[in-house]
Design a protein around this ligand. Structure first.
Ligand code: NOJ
Ligand code: CA
Length: 555
């Protein structure tokens, strides 16, 4: 099937095909040696990102936060947490990045605040029924003594989604909703004061020059009226009627995105919104990308795919088919700070976004995962649309699954009663140089907030730059070719015939991509210039290999 470019031939907005590099700020680079990454560290490393060849950065939450969930619990949306720096540092970072031609997206967390946010503190100090409580979801409990939560919703991080507060008389009183950790109370988006406040927060950052926002759980803000119980089909994963889940993907959430888009459109410079939207149905997902809503949304179906040619192909088709009618580009991603790193994921016989908890005893074949991750990135970067990279994937880092329990910080670990280790294994500070921790993450005496494996000495930026066959060099070459070839920017894609277990497609007049997922071998067409390959200069791709080559015969 062919997916023609639905757009007229005008200059395309940057976000349509940008490569965006995700910075998990705590773990990227530590400028002051306290073991925690910060804005100063990012500023020092901007030339690395420019040379890597990305177009933009997405920085995970840097706001004032007690860090109950790695900064996704925001206590002040207009200030930088002192552990990361100051507002002046943020301004300087924006200026430096822009001077290097890098755009900057920041994370915005609208579904919930921190329990330390002044609004929540005010709500706790105010009586039931007060305006302060109406900014959140406070309800009386059920049962004779009100000691049963108002409904049966579970928290994403384990346990019930309700916490009970102590009232002014010292007695247990109302309950408040927290879809995530108890330290992350859900805001009530039916309240106009909440909507107005977030539009001002967006403007605050747009005025400072950010190029857009990654919206945390952008499908969660609206709850069904009356907060009805989950029914069995919500839990078993049976297909639901559109808008059928009481707190995910409610239709009214689109109004919020339309309002936000109007705020962005007041600003020059193609500011953009990318949604983190956990909606499986490609058409429901595409609805967020209508012309007056978000420009892009992560495509998690691709990230969670098995390493299986028919599955990959059908996810690619479903994504492009669903996005075409709304004219939105696809957004491809292989990892982020919530998912098991792809070297580990693809080194197991099953995938899914997080897989450690499925079987503790099943070890990953990291060599296999590395080969597949190399092929997967060439597949991803050849697809039409924008692409997101997560810090460290360009070094081929794996999930650190043997972190000592004493250092685990993800609230999932505690909330699961110490049965699910959570996401710290993909958040270990990344190695830049040298032969021992901190590997240039911070000044020499730095103790990183999570310990780095000693074997990362061979996976530093420094070591990989010296090795022409490294993951880093593959990423740099692929990104350089992607920038150079206009066909990789503008054109649609066209599947070409290829044997079972393989994928082959063309992008415009410039390039073809071949991926051998599971066949014994895949022969590349003769007479074509090889542009990038996972396996050097060979024309017969083994299993778990990929190559880009010219779409036309050599002149
Ligand atoms: C999604 C974020 O990516 C994740 O890290 C966070 O825990 C939840 N949203 C809650 O904010
Ligand atoms: Ca620091």
């Amino acid at each position: 099937m062919t997916h023609p470019n639905p757009l007229p031939p005008v200059r395309r907005a940057w976000w349509r095909d940008a490569v965006v590099y995700q910075i998990y700020i705590r773990s990227f680079a530590d400028g002051n040696g306290d073991g925690i990454g910060d804005i100063a560290g990012i500023r020092e490393r901007l030339p690395y990102l420019r040379d890597l060849g990305v177009d933009a950065l997405w920085i995970t939450p840097w706001y004032v936060s007690p860090m109950a969930d790695g900064g996704y619990d925001v206590a002040d949306y207009r200030a930088i947490d002192p552990m990361f720096g100051t507002l002046d540092d943020a301004d300087r970072l924006l200026a430096d990045a822009h001077a290097l031609g890098l755009r900057v997206l920041i994370d915005i967390v609208p579904n919930h605040t921190s329990d330390r946010h002044p609004w929540f503190q005010e709500a706790l100090a105010s009586p039931p029924g007060s305006a302060a409580r109406a900014r959140y979801h406070f309800l009386d409990g059920l049962g004779d003594h009100g000691d049963v939560p108002p409904n049966n919703w579970p928290s994403v991080f384990g346990g019930p989604a309700w916490g009970r507060v102590i009232e002014a008389d010292g007695q247990p009183g109302q309950w408040y909703l927290h879809i995530f950790a108890p330290e992350q109370p859900d805001l009530n988006w039916d309240n106009p004061a909440v909507r107005a406040e977030f539009e001002l927060i967006l403007a605050f950052w747009l005025d400072r020059g950010v190029d857009g926002f990654r919206i945390d759980v952008a499908h969660a803000m609206i709850k069904a009226p009356g907060l009805p119980d989950l029914r069995p089909e919500h839990v078993t994963g049976e297909p639901l009627a559109p808008g059928g889940h009481p707190h995910w993907d409610q239709d009214e959430v689109h109004e919020i995105h339309r309002a936000w888009r109007r705020v962005l459109d007041r600003y020059p410079g193609e500011r953009a919104l990318i949604g983190e939207i956990g909606v499986d149905d490609p058409e429901r997902l595409a609805a967020y990308l209508r012309e007056d809503e978000l420009q892009t949304a992560f495509n998690f179906a691709f990230m969670g795919a098995e390493w299986d040619a028919p599955e990959l192909r059908s996810i690619i088709d479903a994504t492009l088919d669903a996005n075409a009618p709304v004219g939105a580009p696809a957004t491809w991603v292989l990892s982020n700070h919530d998912a098991t790193r792809q070297v580990t994921r693809l080194g197991r016989s099953f995938t899914g976004l997080r897989n450690r908890e499925l079987d503790d005893l099943l070890t990953a074949d990291l060599a296999l995962g590395t080969r597949r991750a190399r092929a997967a990135i060439l597949l991803m970067l050849a697809l039409p649309g924008s692409a997101y990279l997560y810090q460290g994937e360009e070094l081929g880092l794996w999930e650190v699954e043997d972190l000592p329990e004493s250092v685990l910080q993800d609230p999932i670990w505690r909330r699961s009663g110490h049965t699910i280790r959570g996401r710290d294994g993909c958040r270990v500070p990344i190695p830049w140089s040298g032969h021992a921790s901190p590997f240039g993450f911070g000044p020499p005496a730095t103790t990183p907030w999570l310990p780095q494996p000693a074997s990362w000495r061979d996976f530093t930026v420094e070591a990989e730059m010296a090795d022409p066959d490294s993951m880093l060099r593959l990423y740099r070459t692929a990104l350089e070719v992607r920038r150079r070839l206009p066909g990789l920017r503008a054109a649609g894609h066209e599947w070409l015939p290829s044997p079972d277990g393989t994928l082959r497609f063309r992008r415009g007049d410039d390039l073809e991509c071949a991926v051998n997922v599971s066949a014994d071998a895949l022969q590349l067409p003769v007479g074509r210039e090889l542009l990038v390959s996972t396996h050097g200069d060979i024309r017969r791709l083994p299993r778990d290999a990929a190559a880009w080559y010219a779409a036309r015969e050599d002149a």
